[in-house]
Design a protein. Structure first.
Length: 247
């Protein structure tokens, strides 16, 4: 194995630690890092989604066993999110890498700001949950085309609307399994068999990090960690944006 494979393992390890502790940002963190390592945006998103098939399957199953699933909400999110993910995957696949790189860097920077906002904003008063299908579609499209964002976009909006945290996280995690499968199939159709050592490295790193992430979720200060992750994502995204524009 060359050095790049071990770099992908490290990315998967750190991304899973973040996701396990915060319940979001796996895709955003890992895609940002892969683009930073020189992986083209569409290839980065494709490999991240393949890796997420395994992580979301395990997470979604765990939540189903724990009865953290609102099945009506799941059906609406899964169908709309999968539709958005397919369109998002084809969208990013047919944009030239040189054009896509600054766009994705800018998108991931915005997602970094969203993550930071979770640490800074006080909780809002609950309001009725509406336009679930539109939320799922937007989340799926953004996730596939940008390499991440399903959790920050969908979970945060459901929580802001007053959904119970365990049900929101569990349902969105299980729906993400359908979204990642749809995106992976679309990437395969558009790009061919581009899944390789990046996806394998992400999976290995994530599996190793999973038990540590469970401990971190209980012991680390959530708001401080959330803000720190957002700052790192923004910093790497700005560097990616600078190199894309300057190059």
């Amino acid at each position: 194995m060359d050095d790049s494979f071990f770099a992908f393992v490290a990315v998967g390890f750190v991304a899973q630690l973040i996701d396990g502790a915060l319940g979001m940002a796996y895709g955003v963190a890992s895609t940002t890092a892969l683009v930073f390592l020189g992986v083209p945006p569409a290839i980065a998103s494709a490999n991240v989604h393949v890796a997420e098939v395994f992580t979301t399957a395990a997470s979604g199953t765990s939540h189903a066993i724990a009865r953290n699933i609102d099945w009506r909400l799941f059906r609406r999110l899964a169908l709309a999110g999968s539709t958005g993910a397919v369109l998002g995957a084809f969208f990013i696949s047919f944009i030239h890498a040189d054009a896509a790189r600054p766009l994705i860097a800018a998108y991931l920077f915005v997602m970094g700001l969203v993550v930071i906002s979770k640490a800074l904003k006080p909780p809002k008063a609950p309001t009725p949950i509406e336009k679930v299908r539109l939320l799922g579609f937007v989340g799926g499209f953004a996730d596939a085309s940008g390499g991440g964002g399903w959790g920050p976009v969908v979970v945060s909006n459901l929580l802001a609307k007053g959904a119970a945290p365990a049900i929101a996280v569990g349902t969105v995690n299980l729906a993400e399994f359908a979204v990642t499968i749809s995106a992976s199939v679309a990437f395969f159709a558009a790009l061919g068999p581009t899944f390789g050592k990046a996806a394998l490295g992400l999976v290995i790193g994530g599996v190793v990090a999973a038990p540590l992430a469970a401990i971190a979720a209980k012991r680390l200060p959530r708001r401080t960690l959330t803000a720190l992750v957002g700052v790192v994502i923004c910093g790497l995204s700005l560097f990616n944006l600078y190199t894309a524009v300057a190059g």
